[in-house]
Ligand binder design. Structure first.
Ligand code: GLV
Length: 314
């Protein structure tokens, strides 16, 4: 029997794989992120950690674990920029994540933002809620069409492809760009060309040193003044200050964001920016999907602890 730290509250049944394998689960009932010190202390005393993207599993935590008994970290998220994977690998600590189980749910949420940002529903609802609606107006709340628009997907992994499937139902032309030529219809080698041609740009790249601020002032300047930017990937892929400037200047029409540069802290300028829809990182937040993610992360930890190679090894 191994000892596994579960850093935050998971959905009901999420830790079943750990229980079924007979492991001891170290968990708290509250849902407050552990401090760096608490994580390091626990890492040294556990064989496995199941963590969330809000937990920074840095070199200090991993070294503390390595000096103890830590063998595996299972991230209940598909993105793993919160984990120092290079150090984990150097120390022989396995890392796993949750690919595949959240694609459709995150694509649904991406479409919610596409629709909201393109049709301006957030500002329209805000007018209604704040007594600024005086009745149906022929020329008020005018926005842009989603159907028939050109969608530019930056990154073409599983989630982007699930978004492309949904776009087909809206008769959209879908372009995509990615590091390697997909050889598929709609592939555009040059990000700049995609930004120039798309009415809606949706980001689906992991956060790495090469994608940090991929969408900066220069990239925004390439977009159409009628275009919207959607980010359900990771906040730092977009330079938020440059985005706010672009929204005020009318360089682009609008934006829909589910992720933020300094989350959970919000750039106050974003809250005051025009034509933005902001959501608190809920891309995968359905009961079914979060339960699948929890189980997959726990199963990966169980596999490593049983000397099996999990399919979701990073
Ligand atoms: C959510 O953002 C995830 O990476 O799973």
């Amino acid at each position: 029997m191994a000892r596994v730290l579960v850093t935050r509250r998971l959905t009901a049944g999420g830790t079943d794989p750990l229980r079924d394998a007979g492991h001891e689960i170290v968990a708290t009932d509250d849902d407050i992120p552990l401090s760096a010190e608490e994580l390091a202390t626990q890492a040294a005393a556990c064989d496995g950690i199941v963590c969330l993207l809000t937990d920074r599993i840095d070199a200090d935590v991993l070294r503390a674990g390595h000096n103890g008994r830590l063998r595996v970290v299972g991230n209940a998220a598909v993105g793993y920029d919160n984990i120092d994977v290079a150090t984990a690998h150097a120390l022989g600590i396995a890392v796993c994540n949750t690919p595949g189980v959240l694609d459709a749910t995150t694509a649904d949420l991406t479409f919610l933002l596409i629709l909201a940002a393109t049709r301006g529903s957030t500002e329209a609802e805000d007018d209604l809620r704040h007594g600024r609606w005086n009745g149906w107006g022929f020329t008020t709340h005018l926005a842009h069409d989603v159907h028939g628009a050109t969608l530019g997907l930056v990154g073409y992994g599983r989630i982007a492809r699930a978004v492309a499937q949904r776009a087909a139902g809206f008769d959209m032309e879908v372009l995509h760009t990615s590091r390697t030529d997909t050889g598929l219809p709609g592939y555009v080698a040059d990000l700049g060309e995609l930004l120039t041609r798309a009415d809606i740009v949706s980001l689906h790249v992991p956060l790495t040193e090469s994608t940090r601020h991929l969408i900066d002032a220069a990239a925004l300047a390439l977009m159409k003044p009628t275009a919207v930017l959607i980010n359900t990937a990771r906040g730092p892929v977009v330079d938020e200050n440059a985005l706010v400037d672009a929204l005020h200047a009318g360089t682009i029409h609008g934006a829909g964001l589910d992720v933020f540069e300094g989350e959970p802290a919000l750039n106050p300028r974003l809250l005051d920016a025009p034509r933005v829809t902001l959501l608190p990182h809920i891309g995968s937040a359905t009961i079914a999907t979060r339960t699948r993610m929890a189980r997959l992360a726990c199963q990966g930890v169980c596999d490593v602890l049983a000397d099996r190679t999990p399919p979701n090894l990073v």
